[in-house]
Write a protein that binds this ligand. Structure first.
Ligand code: PMV
Length: 348
């Protein structure tokens, strides 16, 4: 059978991840300005069905894209340049008609970043289809998926594995690379193996600064050099903290990273304040609660107003009670999502 007659389909479900040391600033083709470390979530996922079949029209990519079962021209237009790039390695993308159908387990405009789960699912589908169509086994399947997920959205490269992942070249980890993420679970102390991430939705809707614009802000940022230096240093420190099981060190470093991300935004040539009054109120509450109870509750933030509450799973019961009694009132429509560390993507 010739490639033009080929029909094949594949479906991957892939999770989002939360960064502990943040990736913020890039160079070249989506290469990170500094290394970053994250853990993969279990509940916030994207499921992507990728089908290819005979193509009738002329040259170039031929795509139909459905998001949550509806045609979505905006997403389709965003996806085209990615698929064009991917055709460098997956030449069959140009020869077949493509039908992609994607849906999230969390509401699209909830403020939870979906690009990590979306592009990791997409990249995994590309790799699986490549093996099906060409009959060739990829030398390192997940590393190739991580590479292509990165081209789609930097942080997505950390979502092709479960547990803890590091992306970006660092002298503190042999085998680390700017091109792909590597899994670091084998280094992590059992104190960090079961962690929870409760995402408090302080504000729904589109982000005030897209991550593309946010990364670009660093290009002319007076503190960019210092940030890259500190992030590189924090990567080494966090690796040691994760190895040692040092919960207090973890709290201190992860919160400082989140605040530095927001401080960068506030001090960029075009400044942005992404926290809302309720974000700050929650951060204060967390600090007080920690001081009063001695429990290991901490926060991290993405480039937005929502708050990620992190804690060891063993402390879930008391912390969920605190969320329900004290924090829910700060969430828009009392919305929050509970996640734990996840095992990574699943082939459906
Ligand atoms: O992958 P991007 O381009 O959406 O960037 C993500 C940036 C942060 O979420 C703020 C930090 C990170 O490392 O995930």
């Amino acid at each position: 059978m010739s490639i033009q007659e080929e029909t094949a389909s594949v479906c991957w479900k892939s999770p989002s991840n939360i960064a502990l040391v943040k990736y913020w600033g890039k160079r070249g083709e989506q290469l990170p300005a500094n290394p970053s470390i994250s853990f993969t979530l279990d509940q916030a996922t994207t499921e992507t069905n990728f089908k290819v079949g005979p193509k009738t029209e002329g040259s170039g990519i031929s795509l139909d894209f459905l998001f949550e079962n509806q045609k979505n021209p905006i997403f389709e237009e965003k996806l085209m340049p990615f698929l064009e790039k991917a055709s460098r390695d997956f030449a069959w993308l140009n020869d077949l008609h493509i039908e992609i159908s994607s849906s999230n387990t969390f509401p699209h405009s909830s403020g939870i970043a979906s690009s990590a789960s979306a592009y990791s699912a997409m990249a995994l589908c590309l790799c699986s289809l490549h093996e099906k169509i060409t009959g060739e086994k990829l030398e390192d399947f997940f590393s190739t998926a991580s590479y292509w997920a990165r081209i789609g959205s930097g942080s997505a490269c950390r979502s092709v594995y479960g547990g803890y992942n590091l992306w970006g070249s660092t002298p503190f980890l042999e085998g680390s690379s700017d091109q792909v993420a590597v899994n670091i679970d084998h280094l992590v102390h059992h104190n960090f193996k079961d962690f929870s991430d409760t995402i408090l939705i302080i504000e729904k809707g589109k982000k005030a600064v897209s991550s593309t614009a946010g990364h670009a802000l660093l290009k002319q940022h007076p503190f960019a050099g210092t940030r890259y230096h500190l992030a590189a240093e924090n990567t080494g420190k966090l690796l040691n903290i994760l190895k040692a099981g040092d919960l207090d060190g973890f709290i201190h470093l992860v919160e400082a990273e989140a605040l530095m991300l927001h401080a960068l935004m506030m001090t960029s040539p075009t400044p942005f304040i992404l926290m809302k009054p309720n974000t700050l109120a929650v951060l204060e509450k967390i600090k007080d609660f920690r001081n009063q109870t001695g429990l290991h509750l901490l926060f991290t933030l993405d480039a937005g107003a929502n708050v990620h509450l992190l804690n060891p799973e063993s402390e879930d019961a008391k912390i969920q009670e605190f969320v329900k009694n004290e924090l829910i009132g700060f969430c828009q429509n009392q919305t929050y999502f509970c996640n734990h560390i996840g095992k990574g993507p699943e082939l459906k």
